[in-house]
Design a protein around this ligand. Sequence first.
Ligand SMILES: [Zn+2]
Length: 428
Amino acid sequence: MAHKPIETADREEIRELQAERLRETVATAYENVPFYRDRLDEAGVAPADIESVADVTLLPQTTKEDFRDEYPDGLFAAEMDEIRRIHGSSGTTGKPKLVAYTESDLEVWGEVVARSLAAAGVEPGATVQNAYGYGLFTGGHGLEHGAEALGGTVIPMGGGNTDQQVQMMVDMESDVLACTPSYSLYFAEAAEEMGHDPRELPVETIIFGAEPCTDPMREEIEARLDVTGIDIYGLSEIVGPGVSIECHEAQEGLHIWEDRFFPEIVDPETGEPLGEGEEGELVLTTLSKEALPVLRYRTGDLTTLYYDECECGRTMVRMDNVTGRTDDLIIVRGVNLYPSQIEHTVLDIEGVAPHYRIDLYTKDNLDVMELTVEMAEDATKSQDELHEVVLDELDAVLAFTPDDLDIVPPGSIARSEVGKVQRVFDHR
Ligand SMILES: [Zn+2]
């Protein structure tokens, strides 16, 4: 059931609201952010030129480099005395991208996360164990704020401390666990070691975020813990978690809260808009942010949009689970691959555990890929047999085979307890 009436509104009503909010957003950005005023002037576009959502393509795009260049507060549209919260998204290198929220922004954020949790099947009164990181990262605070706005109880565990997490879940009967997909597997293994049957734990729903989750990975987690796994999507530059989420009724694509965030798909190379149903890079424009309005942000996430109605009754557009990031593209011997494609193919094979790593080297001026895949505890095939099956599948599905394939015994690949799991190690 929808949490807000707008979730099931007809397309025309959504478009009208979007157009009105887009006009306000462009005006705010133009008046208060010199960066946008310059970009719009350069493009010869005045705020008054924006009439309908189709005019969004007239606007300049914003990139993560713009966030870095404008560090710390060059993109903020509000004065510090209006700003109630600063968050940051840590890059692997350099300065974080800083983001800001007014009181109204925080309220909207709480509301979109509450709406997301409701779509995930979480009900008021649920106990939500939050294993996302707190601090500058938006995951922990965002999820917490939304769960409270929905009328749930939050246990702010943060990342790590897994033995304590398991014990807390048992003692407080947590219904919902919010964490990365890789952490939920780590959690299940730790619970088993502590003598619990993961399927008997109280948790019924896991909200996955901060990491892409392929279908075979989700199936593994759902079976292992006897839960419903729901993918949530978001990014700090736009708001944090709560941009979109799968509905528990269909679990078929993530509904984007279009009254707050306007989505487009563009060609990752040229930046030109693509048609409906085409895969490309997701671009988002905020529609009601006060402290940090963002025009056409290049997310780097690859997906497809679907405007057909969902079985849950929501009319808001759905995006595919993110299949890869433009940054993650691996090019080996001229073949373009995303780690998620390899994951999807390998994890679908019986007898393979959901743990793998990819190592890239240069040998004699050529790219070389080494793939390490872990056997499942209950694998019925031998290491040699699995070796052959994995190579055959990769060749059949991706027309690609690694230079080296290692099938290793259960538990061999290092697990990550905190943060996002690293699967690709580029030594080139
Ligand atoms: Zn739905």
